[in-house]
Design a protein around this ligand. Structure first.
Ligand SMILES: *Cc1c(COP(=O)(O)O)cnc(C)c1O
Length: 396
């Protein structure tokens, strides 16, 4: 499988007015070098072949495009699930981690640095570091370590070091600050492995490119199974990597696209992850993008049901796609997500991640409100075993 010619940002990493690289001077050199390395290897057939082989043998790709027949009957259209939950470690995050660790290896880096909030990106990063025999430091807020103790154990089992961050609110934001500080000091020998299509250029481009395997596979599978393209794509949006990975293969086609953000409890005061629905453009985390004003971000974050969607910003490419009207952005509340979670378990025997259940919740809007001949692809970004305890706690 080869990588597609894709919409690229301009040479400074801008998607229209969004994106760019707003970082302190010590980070400029290392990021420029990373961008150059990426552009070189992404044209190199040997690199692409190695990436494809890892996706296949380590992560289990291609993932199926599954025709969910009982769910289809319920919705009143053909629903296909892109089974990213079947990747190694149960989510799409592995695609990006494998791509970046290969980049790091080819650049002669010996160490991987990453930050994690809910811990899922930390686990996937620790896994690829183990796979390639690299040293690995995962920065995690002390409060997040307490809440996600199982993921801390997983990371440590794989031989990585979890660095507990006690400064600030002891959650993701402080962990990012400390991880970047460590990276600045070790940029010659370390690679910073960012987990979503966010942050300063070149990260949004790198992560989108490695996740684009989702869309390329889904496109070919839909053509093979139904002899035509889908009418609609639906994906959940945290930072936006699984969504842009799916959408990127269809941007030139007449295919409708819907990104679903987390609306938390649905109360005005708590709609802190619905970045595109409620936010405004500003510079955060090294990029210009839609983000929620400070007053709307709950201290310590983590108030919507899916920790993986709890991010106050969004990848810059999504900001441009929103302004262009190319993608429609919606949001789902925790209560809607709980219903969609249960529905998929009961109808199809598949436990979706709470994150992915945001995309599934949108099907309720389409139900009996959609042409029966329509084909909809829903990106099932991850598996939901991790969310079962929370489901039962919340339904008591
Ligand atoms: C991390 C995560 C997400 C959110 O990240 P994106 O970059 O928006 O894709 C969604 N689903 C699952 C299962 C995740 O682990």
């Amino acid at each position: 499988m080869t990588l597609p010619k894709m919409h690229k940002p301009d040479e400074n990493g801008f998607y229209g007015p969004y994106g760019g690289c707003f970082v302190p001077p010590p980070l400029e050199g290392p990021l420029k070098q990373l961008g150059d390395t990426f552009l070189k290897f992404i044209e190199d057939p040997a690199f692409i072949a190695e990436f494809d082989a890892e996706l296949q043998s380590y992560s289990g790709r291609p993932t199926p495009l599954y025709h969910a027949q009982r769910l289809s009957e319920y919705v009143g259209a053909t629903i296909l699930l892109k089974r990213e939950d079947l990747n190694h470690l149960g989510a799409h995050k592995m695609n990006n981690c494998l791509g970046q660790v290969l980049l790091a290896k080819r650049s002669g880096k010996k160490k991987i640095i990453a930050e994690t909030g809910a811990g899922q990106h930390g686990v996937a990063t620790a896994a690829v570091a183990a796979r390639f025999g690299m040293e690995c430091d995962i920065y995690m807020g002390a409060e997040d370590m307490r809440r996600q103790s199982m993921n801390v154990k997983r990371i440590e089992m794989m031989g990585a070091r979890v660095v507990s961050v006690k400064s600030g609110d002891a959650t993701l934001t402080s962990a990012v600050d400390e991880a970047i500080g460590a990276y600045v000091a070790e940029a010659d020998t370390a690679h910073y492995l960012l987990g979503s299509a966010v942050g300063p250029h070149p990260y949004p481009l790198i992560v989108r490119t490695f996740q684009s395997v989702i869309g390329r596979e889904a496109r070919a599978q839909c053509l093979a199974q139904f002899d035509r393209l889908p009418d609609r794509l639906v994906a959940c949006v945290g930072g936006g990597s699984n969504a842009i990975g799916l959408f990127s293969a269809f941007l030139e086609d007449e295919v409708k696209m819907v990104g679903v953000e987390a609306a938390g409890s649905g109360l005005e005061s708590d709609r802190h992850a619905a970045t595109l629905t409620l936010g405004e453009p500003a510079v955060i985390h090294g990029m210009n993008t839609y983000c929620l004003p400070d007053g709307m971000v709950a201290p310590g974050g983590n108030h919507c049901i899916a920790a993986g969607l709890d991010y106050p910003g969004i990848g810059p490419e999504h900001s441009e796609l929103k302004d262009k009207g190319r993608v429609q952005y919606e949001s789902a509340t925790d209560a809607e997500v709980m219903i969609a979670f249960r529905k998929l378990c009961e109808l199809e025997g598949i436990l979706p991640a709470f994150e992915s259940s945001h995309a599934l919740a949108y099907l309720e809007t389409l139900r009996n409100n959609i042409g029966s001949d329509e084909i909809v692809i829903v990106n099932l970004s991850g598996r939901g075993d991790k969310d079962l305890d929370e489901y039962f706690l919340r339904s008591e």
